[in-house]
Design a protein around this ligand. Sequence first.
Ligand code: ACO
Length: 332
Amino acid sequence: MTNIGIAMTGSGSAVPAVSLDNERLSRIVDTNDEWISSRTGIRDRHLADGTESLSAIATLASQRAIAMANISPADIDLIILATSTADDLFGSAGQIQGQLGAAQAVAFDLTAACSGFIFGLVTASQFIKTGLYKNVLLIGGDLLSRWVDWSDRRTCVLFGDGAGAVVLQACDRDRLLGFELRSDGSKNSSLNLSFQGQPTELMEGINIGKGTYQPITMNGKEIYRFAVKKVPEAIEKSLFRANMTVEQIDWLLLHQANQRIMDAVAERLNIPPEKVISNLAKYGNTSAASIPIALDEAVREGKVKPGDVIAASGFGAGLTWGAAIFQWGIDN
Ligand code: ACO
């Protein structure tokens, strides 16, 4: 057995320049700032304008993370892009690799909706702990604005675009202290962005499916109940594996979907509000990007310090959910 651990040594984030606040959004759909902010905590979101690609925004976030980690793109062994909205269905991690000039790396996409960053963190850590790779770039990025029905007030008010990235490096002491990954495909229909094809005749007797992806559909109440029940369970299980108690958590960093979900989870776990990291008022739900964007902001503001213990949890379509207890940076 090897004795290799992982450390998170750099973070970066990027969002499109254009933002749309609740008041302006309510000019195109029947909603209002009061409804959106009181039910969700969201006030603003950034939207990619059609010329901005996911890979370009993710590359910018990655460059910032790589600079903070004080390594060069040539040092990166593996790039994982957690996304559900790749620029190319064949994957966008390769485009990011090209734009970064990370010639030695192998790059692939990972799809687990809003749980993508947590699933990616655990996946990356396995490659490091087996001794295979030393430096991994993990990105969470999504442009859900491409796939939102902008006439559906139940969903369009919730989402925004962006990307966040972290650098994970091999080290002696493992800073990933415990984790739990879960999925439940029997509840898949609660939240979808699915392909809908029509049988189209290619030649006599042979049909193929032609169509496109349909806008996001969501049973909001079901997702709300699922998150409030499953997220605390996953965090408790991760804490158990880390041999830690809730009191040892410095920061609760949840997928930024809804302030009410964050408050309810914190209350169930008995974590005081001042330990809850929240920036969804500015960005809305950025799917796989929300955890690394919030982490990066908290690190750059000096809130999260080296050695701090973070309980992070993602949840979303699949259904998927997961939690990870980790320490930021290297404190010794
Ligand atoms: N503006 C004004 N009124 C609205 C809006 C809006 N934007 N949206 C819905 N309403 C109305 C509805 O029409 C309904 O009116 P009615 O009673 O006359 O029919 C009323 O408000 C209540 O609607 P609900 O859908 O029941 O509202 P709810 O209290 O459940 O809140 C919400 C909706 C905010 C979406 C909540 O259910 C939620 O946050 N769920 C979790 C969603 C989530 O976290 N998703 C992330 C998944 S991440 C991923 O994988 C992409």
